[in-house]
Ligand binder design. Sequence first.
Ligand SMILES: Nc1ncnc2c1ncn2[C@@H]1O[C@H](COP(=O)(O)OP(=O)(O)OP(=O)(O)O)[C@@H](O)[C@H]1O
Ligand SMILES: [Mg+2]
Length: 274
Amino acid sequence: MERLEAALEKAREKRREAGVDEKAILGPESRVPVLKSEWSDLTEIKITSRVARNNRITAISGNPLAGPYDMLRSRALHIMHEHGWKRLAVTSPTVGCGKTTIAANLALSFARQQDLKIILFDFDLRRPSLHKVFAHRTDHSLSDVIDGKVSVADHFVRYGENLMLGLNAKAAKNPSELLQSQRTKEFLAAIEASYKPDIMMFDMPPMLVSDDNVGFLVNVDCGLLVGAADGTTVKQLDLCEKELADLTNVLGVVLNKCRYSDSELGYDYEAEPY
Ligand SMILES: Nc1ncnc2c1ncn2[C@@H]1O[C@H](COP(=O)(O)OP(=O)(O)OP(=O)(O)O)[C@@H](O)[C@H]1O
Ligand SMILES: [Mg+2]
């Protein structure tokens, strides 16, 4: 725990150095509001085996299909602890590379470590889909919470004891402006101060489709770039990795949707991810 605290302080320090610490973000007059923040008060959702099967959720429990996500989790945790990074964005060059699937599974894999508290946000505000992956219908969206129309406690749900989910009912009206707004910074600072997560994960839109990542990534410590073996070109990956490195720290690049043969897994096994 002491190591974690030290890592968290390092992350804050790094954001301070980058000029994005809470005070700098919020301005001298602003205060981070204290939210009602009992994890146990949040509505609990379950994932049925049918939903898990249909939506490629494999990391709920330790099993061979969770293996690649667990490996990604361990590597990510190692690097994040080492650098004191706490906020992780998941993005890709183009649509459909598997960002949302990977973000959901990685969050579930993190959550199997009971000493970690994770908040996963659906910040693909143009085409939100995390609610579909978790098969949870919600009445509101993160834009409503950021605009103060609904409270975090009423909107966020939890899976198990230590994974909190911020989902969307529909697309936001002004995603780009919202993602780079002061009130989004304040919202993140407030939720971080109140719920005290160890890791905050953000499922983002693709980088080559809009400027949403450009405006938002100043709020995170690192980014994971997901490419699809069946669709992303090396040029796209290269371009986006450079752009990501300009915007935040690159945690790594994941090549998803690979097909390879492995005698143990069976010929033509479809990897998830790698
Ligand atoms: N490793 C994989 N192998 C095969 N299909 C996959 C894999 N990972 C994800 N998919 C499927 O690919 C589709 C797109 O996945 P997902 O929605 O996670 O991608 P995305 O990058 O978030 O897309 P978008 O850009 O639209 O948000 C989904 O149908 C998902 O089930
Ligand atoms: Mg997605």
